[in-house]
Design a protein around this ligand. Structure first.
Ligand SMILES: CC(C)(COP(=O)(O)OP(=O)(O)OC[C@H]1O[C@@H](n2cnc3c(N)ncnc32)[C@H](O)[C@@H]1OP(=O)(O)O)[C@@H](O)C(=O)NCCC(=O)NCCS
Length: 205
């Protein structure tokens, strides 16, 4: 199963990167980070303390890609270029997604439990995009470079661009739609006054 997933990750490189030739994929830092995560995530799921986090930090040192061991990532995941990426602990990414450099799937510091984004299948996340909170992105979505999404849900089959993000294409037609706010159960919203700065930075990872 894990080797099939890795094979799909390699296929995704050739599907999405016209510059990839022969065995050049072995040089891609994004591939190194995803490959390592394929082995680190099961260790995290086994409940092994410290080691998965240590390994992910070593990978971060060499690749500039920080994927928390708890993040769930579907097969055929391609990170192009790879520097400056942060994928939080409770982030979920579907199959056949593409992510460029400097993308953050982070928390807001105001939520407990599930606090990072959920991304559907076949989603492209352009360079510099920042997605914060337990928001949901549907299937077949293009997220433009430098788009900022804070606690908003994005439907299937659309393009979202800008800061804050606006849906500019929906079901193949031009649009200009403000996304709907993400609804989070009250018990998962932290009391902001009880949050001290060092707790906040820890929870955002
Ligand atoms: C968003 C993106 C994926 C294109 O997706 P797409 O579904 O093909 O979108 P389109 O180009 O058809 O654009 C859809 C609409 O959004 C608009 N749009 C696209 N990008 C936009 C932006 N950054 N700001 C404002 N509007 C934008 C288009 O003008 C178009 O509007 P129209 O229908 O009125 O003409 C692409 O623009 C992008 O940002 N890719 C990221 C690539 C990247 O990070 N590369 C790094 C390489 S190192």
């Amino acid at each position: 199963m894990i080797f099939k997933t890795i094979l799909e990750d390699i296929r995704a490189i050739y599907r999405n990167d016209p510059a990839a030739r022969n065995i050049e994929f072995v040089l891609y830092p994004g591939f190194h980070a995803v490959l390592a995560h394929r082995f680190i995530h099961p260790l995290h799921n086994l409940g092994l303390p410290f080691i998965p986090r240590l390994l992910s930090q070593i990978v971060r040192f060499f690749t500039g890609v920080e994927i928390h061991p708890g993040a769930t990532i579907g097969q055929g995941f391609f990170i192009d270029h790879g520097a400056g990426i942060v994928i939080g602990e409770t982030a979920e990414i579907g199959d056949n997604c593409v992510m460029f450099h400097n993308v953050t799937l982070g928390g807001t510091g105001k939520h407990s439990g599930k606090r990072h984004p959920t991304i559907g299948n076949r989603v492209i996340i352009g360079t510099g995009a920042i997605l914060l909170g337990p928001l949901t992105v549907g299937n077949n979505v293009n997220i433009g470079a430098n788009t900022f999404l804070y606690m908003v849900d994005i439907p299937d089959n659309c393009t979202v661009v800008g800061t804050p993000g606006v849906i500019t294409r929906l079901e193949g037609k031009s649009a200009h739609i403000k996304p709907q706010k993400t609804v989070v159960p009250a018990e998962r919203i932290l009391n902001e006054s009880s949050v001290i700065p060092n707790q906040l930075s820890h929870r955002n990872q």
